[in-house]
Design a protein around this ligand. Structure first.
Ligand code: NAP
Ligand code: 3JN
Length: 340
């Protein structure tokens, strides 16, 4: 179990990846009380160094016996690695904050967004799961609305950037964009189709019922985090040629009426949210402005009069920060403040 210390030994597993890189940056920026930072990746990264607080830290190869002496491990090396290695970390006395889908729906593992369900951290047994990026930015906005007027149903469509797929996908968008502009042939590798100048209604694999796994994740994770199985949710997830920042069109039906103005006031005072909503001045959230920021941006708030109590909004956040690295570091920060 985690003990109160002045400084902690923290590990980033998957340190060389898009999320891992961001975790290192967020730990530094937020001055997390770190005595030693350990970085892990695959054999491919052996000998590499990454910078943390102006010092080069050597990347180590992940293994079952590496966790002795580590207090907190932030995992982002994929679900397979999390499933296999997290139990070894816990056995060595480490608390794992896992960014993958491996443990999210395990009833013994809390799935936490600090603005929404920090109370769930109290019952962790060594592993805490970080939700999917698209779920995180949506539940941050749903929480104050649910508390005020109870949400009955949500219809969400996402517009997800390529950084959600990782480093290779970012390189693919760059390469294809350049090839297109130079009249060269496009060769899709990471995605099944061209991503430059295109939209793909396909994130993660297709399930038997025609939904994608990403869509199912959004539905199941939202109910678990909100602690309410009665909320009905349907999702369509789309990959768009944006480097960083996921956008979502969210339609919410509530038990009681919430006007657009009331929603603006309510969301403005909620933690982690910035209401950016003045369409008459062309002011609405955009991924290019949300990139690199910590908050969830909400705009285009309008009433939906096709149902008794409905509201539409446009929600944008940096998927690598609040959607992944920042949320994981915030969980770790909350954990250490809760140690008695
Ligand atoms: P990425 O850029 O492809 O990076 C993958 C990382 O995992 C690299 O550091 C890689 O190390 C490491 N890795 C791969 N295989 C490994 C192995 N056998 N042993 C040790 N390390 C290994 O991917 P990413 O975008 O950072 O995403 C990483 C994971 O984070 C995803 O698979 C997903 O589970 C999770 N994720 C979560 C969210 C979210 O919504 N919360 C968003 C994105 C990603 P090498 O460089 O040595 O190959
Ligand atoms: O595609 C996105 O925008 C988010 C991707 C998340 C992701 C990518 C690969 C594997 C996940 C995730 O967090 O759900 C996973 C996974 O762990 O299953």
């Amino acid at each position: 179990m985690l003990k109160k210390k002045d400084k902690y030994v923290v590990a980033v597993v998957g340190a060389t990846g898009a999320v891992g890189n961001e975790m290192i940056a967020v730990l530094e920026e937020r001055k997390f009380s770190i005595g030693q930072l350990r970085l892990f990746a695959s054999e491919r990264s052996e000998g590499k160094t990454l910078e943390f607080c102006d010092k080069a830290v050597t990347v180590e190869i992940l293994g079952e016996n590496v966790f002795k002496g580590i207090d907190i491990a932030l995992f982002s090396a994929g679900a397979e690695r999390s499933l296999h290695f997290a139990p070894f970390a816990v056995k060595a006395g480490c608390v794992v904050v896992d960014n993958s889908s491996a443990w999210r729906m395990d009833p013994n593992v809390p799935l936490v967004v600090p603005e929404v369900n920090p109370q769930d951290l109290k019952w962790h047994k060594g592993i805490i799961a970080n939700p999917n990026c698209s779920t995180i930015q949506m539940v941050v906005v749903m929480k104050p609305i649910h508390d005020a007027v109870k949400i009955k149903r949500v219809v969400v469509t996402t517009f997800q950037s390529v950084s959600g797929t990782g480093k290779r996908a970012m390189e693919e968008l760059l390469q294809q964009s350049s090839d297109m502009l130079n009249f060269k042939e496009i060769k899709p590798v990471v995605y099944p189709h061209q991503i430059a100048f295109n939209c793909l209604p396909h994130i993660d694999k297709f399930m038997e019922d025609g939904y994608t796994k990403e869509e199912i994740k959004m539905v199941n994770e939202t109910k678990k985090i909100m602690g309410d199985d009665s909320i009905r949710i349907t999702a369509t997830t789309v990959r768009v040629p944006v480097f960083r920042g996921h956008s979502e069109s969210v339609n919410i039906e509530t038990e009681e009426k919430l006007t657009a103005n009331e929603a603006r006031v309510l969301l403005s005072s909620a933690p982690g949210i910035i209401v950016y909503d003045a369409p008459e001045k062309n002011i609405y959230p955009l991924p290019v402005y949300a990139a690199g920021k910590d908050e969830v941006y909400v705009g285009r708030i309008r009433e939906d009069d096709t149902v008794e109590n409905g509201i539409n909004m446009w929600v944008v956040s940096d998927n690598l920060r609040k959607g992944a690295a920042l949320n994981a570091v915030q969980i770790a920060e909350k954990l250490i403040t809760q140690i008695k």
